[in-house]
Design a protein around this ligand. Structure first.
Ligand SMILES: N[C@@H](CCC[C@H](N)C(=O)O)C(=O)O
Length: 300
């Protein structure tokens, strides 16, 4: 299906997102196009959020999520907030229901511009995270790196937030760890048959945490929303925090924060935070060829 589509370069706390409008088409952004877009500095991204026509009754859109290595994901919290901001600006609506490979998500833009996404309920069953070995209790699984008697990182909480996560609790600022070296080893560890997003989380109070994430399929990113959800849930699950937590994302510009509420009533995780538009363009979803949209005085 030839022809270019509109896209917006956006970010969620620095997490680089391309929101691509694939509505009215039956093709998808190809992995080759994603890799080509990721290789150019201006369009370099962590995730593509491709908006497709709805595929299920009661939903507004199907969102196809691609990492910058061309692989797919079932969840992207920061990207979902970007999609909400883009669609709210286009339609004037404030609430949306999306379908992703992992299920149905509800999201709302508030009066102050903050966006909340219901990321659904976390999954703790080892087969569904998935892990390659049986663990009765996935809140502290047997995995460590570093010297056997003084491990650098150990006993992460494992869970799925629509995508697989391992959260290692640490006792110092996550920025002081060499995550660029450690991250790939853990992402590809044989315990994670579908790989995993790797988060370091420092608890700084009963309702506060600082995180940094090595993302599956994207590497070291400035922020990861589903990882913030995974860290908050893991904090509460292991008795380190309550269920309502402010997550300072250590690597994000100005150490911005997300608030995460692991709701008592239905066990869903509600993530709230900002999204930011940067610029618009057009791209070819087959090849990744792209150009900026020229606006204002420059266009005349
Ligand atoms: N940045 C995202 C997570 C994106 C998906 C992840 N890399 C995966 O493959 O699971 C977020 O904000 O949640």
């Amino acid at each position: 299906m030839p022809g270019k589509v509109n896209f917006a370069k956006m970010n969620g706390l620095g997490n680089k997102i391309l929101v691509v409008d694939m509505r009215g088409r039956t093709d998808r952004v190809t992995p080759a196009a994603a890799i080509a877009l990721a290789s150019a500095s201006e369009t370099h991204f962590d995730q593509i959020m491709a908006i497709h026509d709805p595929r299920a009754a009661g939903t507004d859109a199907f969102i196809d999520i691609l990492n910058n290595d061309g692989t797919g994901s079932g969840a992207c919290g920061n990207g979902t907030r970007c999609v909400v901001q883009a669609l709210a600006a286009e339609t004037g609506r404030r609430s949306f229901t999306f379908q992703t490979a992992a299920g149905i998500l509800q999201a709302v833009e508030h009066e102050d511009g903050m966006i909340s996404v219901d990321m659904g309920a976390p999954v703790f069953d080892w087969q569904r995270i998935p892990l390659s070995e049986a663990f009765h209790d996935t809140s502290r699984i047997e995995l460590q790196i570093g010297p056997i008697d003084a491990p650098l990182l150990h006993s992460p909480s494992a869970l799925s937030m629509g995508n697989p996560h391992a959260v290692f609790f640490v006792d110092r600022d996550p920025m002081t760890f060499d995550l660029a070296r450690i991250g790939p080893m853990l992402e590809h560890h044989p315990l994670f048959p579908e790989k995993a997003n790797i988060t370091l989380a420092q608890v700084t109070g009963p309702a506060a945490m600082t995180t940094r994430t090595w993302e599956r399929g994207a590497g070291l990113t400035l922020a990861c929303g589903s990882a913030a959800c995974a860290a908050a849930v893991s904090g509460a699950r292991t008795g380190r925090t309550g269920r309502n937590v402010t997550i300072t994302v250590a690597s994000s510009p100005n150490r911005q924060a997300l608030t995460i509420d692991w709701r008592e009533t239905d066990g869903h995780v509600i993530m709230t935070g900002a999204a930011e538009w940067e610029w618009d363009g057009q791209l070819d979803p087959q090849t990744g060829q792209w150009a900026r949209t020229i606006t204002g005085a420059a266009a005349s």
